[in-house]
Design a binder for this molecule. Structure first.
Ligand code: PLP
Length: 364
């Protein structure tokens, strides 16, 4: 049997008639940028998350960039974040001219360890970018308490956590701003690129809406340096269809995760710990093994797709050499980057594929 790491063709096949009808409708409308479908998606997605405002943009990276700019982050500022994330979290901080300041993660959850935050706060610190990694929310109550005490802004990078919850609140809605990516492989994915900014603050919402579209209250009259980060109408049309399935798809992911957790029995393997108060949406299912290279080789030989999230942490990536970090600066982050391996998890996985993955891993 062959089990791909991920297969978007299956999702497409399942929703083909409605998706194609809506996309062709948008094609025929000739409204291709912003417009009705984008406004509808903004309203649908903010309702889904029980938040006040949503702004559709062209990528999750742009969403982070605009969120930081709208909060007034720029040159000379420091922004605390994690090194164990997709590089976009860190690069978006760099785009503003601010300096990313890393903190190490928690070993069991791989999420930001809030206990490490305070010692990294300086007079230049303006914000914390929290990443809800793999689909699980970070400890937002503790992080918000620190932010309040030190007057810092908080951004939730929720690009891997569509519909995830911390107690009864959705990822992306518990701080100043939440950002999302709709890259095709995400739990809610566009048919190209897409992103969104979520906030309950009307001023921030107004600001990001200006910044995404050249800051022009009147056409060709511009207020400040701003961007073309508009969302495509065709992406919004696809997202309006796909959002209807997100709850069902998430339950499927959680079911597969629970099968893995209860039936993969291998002394040398560990899983990401899902905290009981979290509703984890399993964008990624992570395993940890001291010899992950041989585990990967073995799984790939048995035709099971794998991935590493992430093999080189941000502080050791080339663009960040100038920050002067060295190996050993963030021991848990580095440990995870050496031992982590992701196995297939997507809503359209068949039962026998899940069985096969479990059986093969148990034989390792
Ligand atoms: C944690 C995280 N942040 C940001 C991004 C960037 O999103 P995009 O690829 O839509 O720019 C991604 C996904 O790619 C991500 O996983």
């Amino acid at each position: 049997m062959k089990v791909p790491y991920f297969d978007l063709r299956r999702q497409y096949k399942d929703i083909k008639p409605q998706l194609e009808r809506r996309v062709i409708g948008t094609l025929r409308s000739t409204q291709y940028s912003l417009g009705g479908e984008v406004e509808l998606f903004e309203s649908n997605f903010s309702s889904f998350l029980e938040a006040n405002y949503c702004t559709g943009v062209n990528t999750g990276t742009s969403a982070l960039h605009l969120a930081l700019l709208a909060l007034g982050i720029g040159k000379g500022d420091e922004v605390i974040t994690v090194s164990m994330t997709f590089i976009a979290t860190v690069m978006s901080i760099s785009y503003t001219g601010a300096k990313p300041v890393f903190v190490d993660i928690d070993k069991k959850t791989q999420l930001i360890n809030y206990k490490n935050i305070i010692k990294k706060i300086s007079s230049k610190t303006k914000a914390i970018v929290v990443v809800h990694l793999y689909g699980q929310c970070a400890e937002m109550n503790e992080i918000n308490k620190i932010a309040k005490k030190y007057k810092l802004r908080v951004i939730e990078d929720s690009s891997q956590a569509h519909g995830a919850k911390y107690f009864n609140k959705y990822a992306g809605t518990m701080s100043d701003v939440g950002t999302f990516s709709f890259y095709p492989g995400k739990n809610l994915g566009a048919i190209g690129e897409g992103g969104a900014i979520i906030t309950n603050n009307s001023k921030l919402d107004k600001k990001v809406k200006e910044l995404r579209n050249w800051s022009q209250p009147k056409r060709y009259f511009h207020n400040e340096i701003s961007y073309n980060y508009r969302m495509d109408s065709i992406q919004a049309a696809a997202l309006n269809i796909k959002l209807k399935f997100l709850k069902k798809w998430t339950l499927k992911r959680r079911k597969i995760a629970s099968e893995y957790q209860s039936r993969i029995k291998n002394d040398k393997l560990e899983f990401t710990y899902a905290k009981p108060h979290n509703f984890h949406v399993y964008h990624i299912f992570s395993l940890f093994h001291k010899n992950r290279a041989s585990l990967q080789k073995y799984l790939n030989k048995n035709e099971i797709g794998t991935n590493f999230h992430y093999p080189v942490p941000a502080h050791l990536q080339k663009p960040y050499i100038s920050l002067g970090h060295k190996k050993g600066d963030f021991p848990i982050t580095e440990l995870i980057s050496n031992y982590q391996i992701s196995i297939p998890i997507f809503p359209e996985m068949k039962n026998d594929e899940v069985e096969y993955v479990i059986k093969i891993i148990n034989k390792f």
